[in-house]
Design a protein around this ligand. Structure first.
Ligand SMILES: Nc1ncnc2c1ncn2[C@@H]1O[C@H](COP(=O)(O)OP(=O)(O)O)[C@@H](O)[C@H]1O
Length: 839
């Protein structure tokens, strides 16, 4: 509107100015004409005057009149003229000024044009704004409907929230009911267990009663017989005297025979390495087709019996070439008798060459213990790139190619032999493009299922092609669980049928289940095996479960402690397999692991600063001092208790309770050393932060790595050892700790419950009490045991020392556990033999 006004004003002003100019010009023109007319009149008058002045007489008059006239009119004319001129001049000036003003007006015109353009652009912008206004008005109307809807929704949400609150309340009630149910379930399970035991006890006491009656009858008979024989005795005395003579003669002949037998006694002075080397040499000859199956079998048995003649033969041909050596050995292949069982372990771990956890310790410890008891024990392992090769003696590749089936074709394998801890070991190196055991790790690869199903099949193929006739094939954990179905489905029909299968599950948390189709790669029939009573996973029907397969297909199923064997038969700890275990309960048993006392013996442990024993504990104190110095901990107080912990840092081990124990020990005035590492990144990070926090602390140190020799030092140096596991199938560290005089503080679960008994528990016979235990897996639980232990240590040093000596003397060797395995093996083999002979 302003622009319009301006424009209007300026156009009026302009027109006025033009009008004024035009008027001025008109007036100027008229004035000019007027001036010209006046000038013409003036000229005419002048010429008239000059004419009149020429006549004489008359001139005087005229001169008199004319000058008057002339003077007046000319003067007025002049005045008129000059005023006209002035007027004209001022008009000209005005004209000039008007022209200048006109020029300004023209400039104004241009500005007006620009303003005009601006106005039109403003106009279009205005239109746009109007449009937008219209749109936003529409939006506003929509918004108000939305607001309305929103309000409605809000009311509904509030209503739902109320319902949710109600539902949560009900769910809480349901959970508490569920928990009560679980408690009840547990109680029922326990009662069932007790009932079973009571039944067993009842039946055995009934048998005992029958037996007593029988015995009494027998005693009666014997008494009668005794009376009769009294009478006979007299007559016999004579005979006896005669017999004495005869006996003397027999005795002499027996002495002779015993002398002869002594020559055939097993050679005990040769180390196990020697016998294993002999065995591998014979197997090598057989696989390289240099000796026959029969000869190999006979020679193996001689080695197995530690026969003196085969030892002599080896000594005799030490310097000879292979051909002569074979000839010497073949001369020995005369008749021989069987001594013990032939046991072959197929496993993914073996300490110390390929150890990740307790499984490795079991394979070696049990293997050595069985070997000592007179059984022939062999181990089959994958040939990992990351093995401790320095722990293998006489490692060599056999000149033979072992072909085994996988994914529809045959793959070549290289077979290596070597001796580990005195045991003969076969290492299988697959020539498969997957480079299965060339990963720098034992486990944790994306294709573990493939890697270990391949290995299980190749291991059986090796036994088959080597013509072995084992009594027991013992497989471990899900990695070699495939052996059980492979043996019965594929190898027993081929002729490798002498064996019973024993499967040991070291931890039911790891079951290796996979999509069913993956089972076909190793040659198993998916269709036949993916069934609820065979290998089908109990919670996912399109998956197969190798551990379940081994439970179903093995003759003996064991786990690593009696308490864990009970625990895994419940829904909570069986991880889905409790149903399977319960339906195969007859062949399922828990046997507590032992520890390898050749490796874990403070009196002979070369990793220690000073060796020591229960009879002389001075060395233990020196090791404590040494580790404090080594780790930069304070040594100011010799009596300050040191708590140790060596573990994989995984949830099973109660990592949050370990963390709590570190801080609580510090508060109670103790020192804490943790050695451990975690495959779980966030746990590893969390402990790295704690380690950094205590980096230069005087009383706490965390070493986050795997370090075998440091572990020996910590066991020896610590006064107490904490194991707050959430669940623990067996656990070895509590036993190792005790062997080294470190008193265990442990949660009552699995194998810990079978090996650690509380010093304050009156229900346990005093001779078995050996540590501090707690039941509830929480901080209060840890505190209660930790505080009791530290108080005992501080306030009763005499009694503490007695406790240390006592725990060091407990026998945790493999001897008793190996004898239980031996018994299981023998029973199973005997059953199979009698079944075969019946057929
Ligand atoms: N960081 C470590 N460094 C050295 N040895 C370790 C470490 N962590 C665990 N170990 C050893 O591994 C074995 C653990 O066996 P066990 O107690 O049965 O637990 P798991 O088999 O569940 O790991 C023990 O011999 C223990 O000394």
């Amino acid at each position: 509107m302003d622009a319009d006004d301006g424009e209007q004003l300026s156009s009026i002003h302009r027109q006025d100015l033009i009008g004024m100019i035009r008027n001025a010009e008109k007036i100027a023109a008229q004035q000019k004409i007027h001036v010209e007319l006046m000038e013409d009149q003036l000229e005419k008058l002048q010429s008239e005057l000059s004419t009149r002045g020429g006549t004489g007489a008359g001139k005087q008059d005229v001169h008199e009149v004319v000058p008057l006239l002339h003077n007046n009119s000319v003067h007025s004319l002049h005045e008129e003229l000059s005023s006209l001129r002035k007027e004209n001049m001022s008009l000209k000036d005005d004209l000039e000024a008007l022209k200048a003003e006109f020029g300004d007006v023209k400039g104004t015109d241009d500005r007006v044009l620009i303003l005009e353009e601006e106005r039109s652009s403003l106009e279009s912008a205005l239109k746009e704004l109007e449009l937008k206004l219209a749109v936003s008005q529409e939006d506003v109307s929509k918004l108000s409907t939305l607001k309305f809807e929103c309000k409605n929704l809000w009311e509904k949400v509030e209503h739902l929230q109320a319902l949710l609150d109600k539902a949560t309340e009900q769910a809480d009630q349901a959970i508490s009911v569920l928990q009560q149910n679980q408690e009840l379930r547990k109680k029922v399970d326990r009662l069932e267990g007790s009932l079973e035991e009571a039944n067993a006890y009842k039946s055995s006491s009934e048998k005992l009663q029958q037996y007593n009656e029988l015995m009494q009858q027998k005693i009666k008979l014997l008494e009668e017989r005794l009376q009769r024989s009294d009478e006979e005795i007299h007559s016999c005395v004579e005979l006896y005297q005669e017999s004495v003579k005869e006996f003397q003669e027999t005795l002499n002949s027996l002495k002779e025979e015993s002398k002869r037998r002594a020559v055939d006694e097993p050679v005990d002075h040769m180390p196990w390495d020697f016998w294993s080397r002999l065995l591998l040499m014979i197997d090598g000859w057989f696989l390289e087709k240099k000796i026959s199956t029969n000869d190999a079998e006979l020679l193996r048995e001689m080695v197995w019996k530690r026969d003196g003649s085969i030892c002599d033969a080896y000594m005799a041909c030490k310097e000879k070439n292979e051909h002569e050596a074979i000839a010497t050995f073949l001369r020995l292949t005369s008749s021989s008798t069987r001594a013990g069982l032939h046991v072959i372990h197929i496993a993914a771990e073996m300490a110390p060459v390929a150890k990740v956890g307790g499984l490795g310790d079991v394979v070696t410890g049990l293997g050595k213990a069985l070997q000592k008891r007179g059984h022939l024990v062999e181990i089959v392992l994958p040939k990992y790139d990351c093995m401790q090769y320095e722990c293998i003696r006489d490692l060599r590749a056999l000149d033979v190619v072992l072909e085994s089936y996988f994914d529809g074709r045959l793959f070549k394998n290289k077979v290596w032999v070597g001796i580990v801890e005195g045991l003969p070991v076969y290492f299988i190196e697959p020539h498969h493009p997957g480079n299965f055991f060339w990963r720098g790790e034992v486990y944790g690869e994306h294709d573990d299922f493939k890697r270990f199903s391949f290995f299980s099949r190749a291991a059986l193929e090796l036994l088959f092609q080597a013509g072995k006739k084992p009594d027991i094939i013992h497989c471990h954990d899900w990695q070699t669980a495939f052996v059980a179905p492979l043996y019965w489905d594929l190898y027993a029909p081929k002729g490798l049928n002498s064996a019973r299968i024993c499967f040991t599950c070291h931890n039911f948390e790891y079951q290796g289940s996979a999509p069913a189709s993956e089972l076909a790669s190793c040659g198993l029939d998916v269709h036949q095996l993916n069934r609820p009573d065979r290998m089908q996973d109990n919670s996912a029907h399109d998956r197969i479960n190798p551990v379940k397969g081994a439970i179903v297909f093995s003759n003996i199923v064991t786990t690593v402690s009696p308490t864990y064997a009970q625990e895994v038969r419940t829904a909570e700890q069986g991880r889905g397999l409790h149903v399977t275990l319960n339906s195969h309960a007859k062949k399922f048993i828990g046997i507590l692991n032992g520890i390898d006392t050749d490796v874990w013996n403070p009196a002979a442990d070369t990793s220690l600063k000073v060796q020591y024993s229960a009879n002389d504990l001075q060395g233990k104190a020196e090791n404590k001092e040494a580790i404090r110095r080594h780790l930069g901990l304070s040594s100011a107080d010799v009596r300050q208790p040191l708590v140790g912990c060596i573990t994989r840092l995984v949830p099973q081990k109660g990592v949050h309770l370990i963390r709590h124990a570190i801080y609580r020990t510090m508060e109670l005035g103790g020192q804490f050393v943790l050695l451990g590492s975690s495959p779980v990144p966030h746990i590893q990070r969390e402990f790295e932060e704690i380690a950094n926090h205590f980096q230069s602390h005087k009383h706490v140190r965390l070493i986050l790595k795997y370090d075998e020799s440091l572990s020996h030092l910590i066991f020896a140096a610590s006064d107490m050892f904490i194991i707050p596991s959430i669940f623990e199938p067996c656990g070895l560290t509590q036993m190792i700790a005790m062997k080294y005089g470190s008193v265990p503080i442990a949660r009552k679960t699995g194998g810990l419950n079978d090996s650690v008994f509380d010093v304050d528990d009156d229900t346990i016979p005093p001779q078995f009490r050996n540590g501090f235990t707690f039941l509830s897996p929480d901080e209060q639980g840890v505190n209660s045991a930790l505080e009791r232990a530290l108080n005992h240590y501080k306030n009763n040093s005499r009694s503490w020392q007695e406790l240390v000596e006592k725990v060091m003397r407990i026998d945790f060797s493999w001897d008793s556990s190996a004898s239980l395995y031996e018994e299981l093996y023998e029973k199973s083999v005997t059953r199979a033999r009698s079944a075969r002979s019946r057929v």
